[in-house]
Design a protein around this ligand. Structure first.
Ligand SMILES: *Cc1c(COP(=O)(O)O)cnc(C)c1O
Length: 383
């Protein structure tokens, strides 16, 4: 596997991904439930039933594995399906330490399901390694991290967390959605499982819901695959194809979105009504050096706080090019109100402590012209 990242986005691993038998340039969509067999004990294609595996999905899984340096990847019908499957790896009584700056859906998963299933979940400030160490108990089985965190862009030192996990026999699970494998590869930094919401940068066009769980350990990868086959939240052939198509342009989208984000972050900093800008590409961002040491870029997610809730609400109403909407990572710039949209399931006290208030906005910068994005934000900020 000598090809570089951009080439693997387009072709997968040249050696291990055979092309379609008809040499189709765009991998075919195998829209079928089942695969026929010639006689018992024979399975020429290796495929039986599409919940278990499907050629289009398998091709996508191989590409994601290649980009994350995994031995195995399972594609799920959403990021949450991938995350839910990972928490099925644990048993009643097991204790898991999660970053506190976390996608709100994961907190809802814990409140509604993990706790009922007997898991003990603790939220900890994983940016502080002494806090992580203190949180470890005899029943602890895993550390679950997002870096940059959502929405405060908090930075966790992945190499240091991996070392702690190794020393205590824990799994390190990292949600890499915010940076995509283009900017960060948690498995290379020592994580055991990396998760993606493929609905974001990987598919990249705000048109597909998808999720991935990748591992560098074959036993773990096989367990996750068996869980997906058993619980059934698999990615459809068509959606697999859409994500595959999205990934072909991942590097150029990531570069352009980051370039735009740097410009927008710089502009936001100069606005009187903008009180704080949270972007890992800013030198004074907490954890800037750690982030720079474990990634290849700052990405295109920016959170910022404004002077009052009225300003935030007005911006959401007045933006025209940027859309007031949930989600992130696509070609279109989206402005999100975390307190109402992505993090309502976080207890008010935690929200307050983290800074998820009614003055906080989260911006996913798209590939539009940066000056147009800035003009739009400017008119939206004005009274
Ligand atoms: C969107 C998102 C998820 C959930 O993924 P879905 O595809 O929406 O189910 C998980 N983690 C992060 C960081 C996300 O942004």
């Amino acid at each position: 596997m000598n090809e570089r990242f951009e080439t693997r986005c387009v072709h997968g691993d040249i050696d291990s991904s055979p092309c379609d038998e008809n040499r189709a340039i765009s991998f075919p969509i195998y829209q079928t439930t089942s695969f026929g067999h010639l006689k018992t004990g024979h399975n020429e294609s290796g495929f039986d039933y599409s919940r278990e595996s499907n050629p289009t999905r398998q091709r996508l899984e191989e590409i994601v594995s290649s980009l994350e340096g995994a031995v195995g990847t399972t594609a799920f019908s959403s990021g949450m399906a991938a995350i839910s499957a990972c928490f099925e790896l644990f048993s009643p009584g097991d204790h898991i330490i999660c970053s506190e700056d976390l996608y709100g859906g994961v907190i809802r998963l814990h409140n509604l399901i993990s706790v009922k299933n007997g898991l003990q979940i603790d939220y900890a400030d994983t940016t502080d390694l002494s806090v992580v160490l203190t949180a470890i108990r005899p029943e602890t089985k895993a550390i679950y991290v997002e870096t940059p965190g959502n929405p405060m862009m908090e930075i966790t030192d992945l190499r240091a967390c991996a070392k702690i996990a190794r020393e205590h026999g824990l799994l390190l699970i990292v949600d890499n959605t915010f940076l995509s494998p283009y900017f960060q590869n948690p498995l290379e930094l020592g994580a055991d499982i990396v998760i993606h919401s493929g609905s974001k940068f990987l598919s990249g066009h705000n048109d597909t819901i998808a999720g991935f769980a990748s591992s560098k350990d074959q036993v773990l990868a096989d367990k996750i695959r068996l869980l997906s086959k058993t619980t059934g939240g698999v990615l459809s052939p068509f959606d697999s194809w859409l994500v595959m198509r999205g990934i072909k342009t991942l590097p150029i989208r990531m570069e352009q979105q980051q370039k735009n984000a740097q410009k927008v972050a710089g502009w936001l900093l100069e606005q009187e009504k903008v009180k704080k800008v949270f972007y890992p590409g800013l030198k004074n961002h907490p954890g800037y050096d750690i982030h720079a040491g474990q990634t290849r870029g700052a990405g295109s997610m920016i959170s910022f706080s404004v002077d009052c809730a009225d300003t935030a609400l007005r911006m959401l109403q007045k933006v025209k090019i940027v859309t007031f909407a949930e989600s992130l990572g696509g070609t279109e710039s989206l402005l999100t109100y975390p307190v109402l949209q992505t993090h309502p399931d976080v207890p008010a006290k935690t929200r307050e402590h983290l800074g998820i208030t009614d003055t906080l906005l989260r911006l996913s910068v798209g590939i539009e012209n940066a000056d147009d994005i800035i003009s739009d934000l400017k008119q939206a900020l004005e009274d």
